[in-house]
Write a protein that binds this ligand. Structure first.
Ligand code: NAD
Length: 386
């Protein structure tokens, strides 16, 4: 039976970045409502957030352990169906593990864990729990990225030879963490961020995007990492050469000291017959570059797009020319995630387009990517197998 799913959140307190994005996106299609949360590391701020969201005070908790105990004790038709984990990285694993083991579905932020060992353990827990697990690699939620994947699969650009993916930001070009900037403080602290800085924060998105569109995994990495800002313990810039399955070669660079760049995620894919280019700051367009012909600008929402890609069509809300963007990409992952939970609940098998959101296997790949980039950057050998 169709019903609205009840969502809880850990993280996303006052002043936090991504928690509010999740809340807006999860509610966009009317499939999910927010009913509970332990929103902040500070219980008083969690309470404040609950008030801002007009939640029942008895469903606003001081910490995630209290939340699990209370939610699990509620009748099945009242307790949360799914949890969103939107805390800094060091909390993802303990929170996701605890909620899965208590029988809740989980949508988790990336990078999934702090180590590969934790990621592998979480994969096992997801499998054993039978619950649905999503990982918020935002960018595969965009319809024109889904179109790019389908065009590659349909052979539109021939056999893929090369991928160039870049994710450039400039917001960490100064030591703003020293002034206590909230998002910079934990991202530059290895205890909260993990083994990598920029590579874990945005390099993993670039790697996931390259693998998603090509359908080929990264197999070898040769990486160079730098901390340009004095005293910073983690990388704020990374350059990687890639070898991928099916003979594909790649270049991936990520940077948070590229002054003037905002959220400059761009991917170019070159095959034997043509090329593709997608740029996150103009997400409604995909450039298609057929051999010996002028470059075409394909635009979201048009019939020629929807005829080529069922996934692009199903993840589009408004007609061509009315831009969709960042919030909608999160909403697409939430919508497919919710449909999957409901289909499983009804004893149905979710279809492939429904299941097209990043999951725990992507999380393991992301953690292996981070670990191997760091290993390569610190070794004389350089080329490192994943
Ligand atoms: P943030 O610093 O803005 O917010 C983190 C929030 O988590 C704060 O409210 C903090 O009080 C709360 N918190 C910390 N520990 C907690 C705990 N144990 N229990 C409850 N709440 C706790 O961080 P952010 O920029 O929103 O990033 C959060 C996560 O989202 C990170 O893992 C980051 O990598 C990821 N992220 C993903 C995207 C994306 O596009 N998918 C974008 C930005 C951030």
């Amino acid at each position: 039976m169709k019903r609205k799913l009840r969502m809880g959140m850990v993280g996303g307190g006052p002043g936090a970045f991504i928690g509010e994005v999740h809340r807006k996106a999860a509610r966009m299609d009317g499939k999910i409502e927010i009913v509970a949360g332990a929103f902040d590391i500070d219980p008083a701020k969690s309470k404040q957030m609950g008030e801002e969201l007009n939640l029942d005070p008895s469903r606003v908790y001081s910490d995630f352990n209290e939340m699990i105990a209370n939610e699990a004790a509620l009748p099945v038709d009242e307790r949360i169906d799914l949890l969103a984990v939107t805390t800094p990285n060091n909390w993802h694993f303990p929170i996701a593990k605890a909620f899965l083991e208590a029988g809740f579905n989980v949508m988790c932020e990336k990078p999934m864990t702090m180590t590969v060992a934790e990621a592998v353990e979480l994969e096992k827990i997801v499998k054993e729990s039978g619950k649905t697990f999503g990982l918020m690699h935002t960018y595969s939620g965009y319809p024109m990225v889904k179109l790019a994947k389908d065009l590659v699969k349909q052979g539109e650009i021939g056999k893929v030879r090369k991928v160039v993916v870049q994710y450039a930001q400039g917001w960490l070009a100064k030591a703003i963490e020293k002034d206590g900037q909230m998002q910079a403080s934990w991202r530059t602290d290895p205890k909260q961020s993990g083994a990598a800085g920029c590579v874990g924060d945005i390099g993993t998105h670039a790697a996931n995007l390259a693998e998603y569109i090509t359908g080929s995994k990264i197999t070898d990495i040769c990486a160079d990492l730098t901390s340009f800002v004095d005293g910073r313990l983690l990388d704020d810039d990374g350059n990687c050469l890639l070898k991928m399955e099916n003979g594909i070669k790649g270049v991936l660079h990520c940077s948070q000291i590229s002054v003037g760049e905002e959220n400059g995620l761009k991917i170019r894919v070159y095959g034997t017959e043509g090329g593709l280019e997608w740029y996150q700051e103009h997400p409604n367009q995909l450039l298609v570059k057929p051999m010996d012909k002028p470059t075409e600008i394909w635009s979201r929402g048009n019939e020629y797009v929807n005829n080529k890609s069922e996934a692009a069509a199903r993840n589009t809300r408004v007609p061509a020319g009315h831009p969709e963007g960042y919030l909608e990409s999160f909403a697409n992952h939430y919508s497919n995630f919710a449909d999957t939970i409901l289909a499983k609940e009804a004893g149905e098998t979710p279809d492939a387009v429904m299941l097209d959101f990043p999951d725990v296997a992507d999380g393991v790949d992301g953690m292996v990517f981070i670990e191997k980039v760091v290993e390569s950057a610190h070794s004389d050998q350089k080329w490192t197998k994943l």
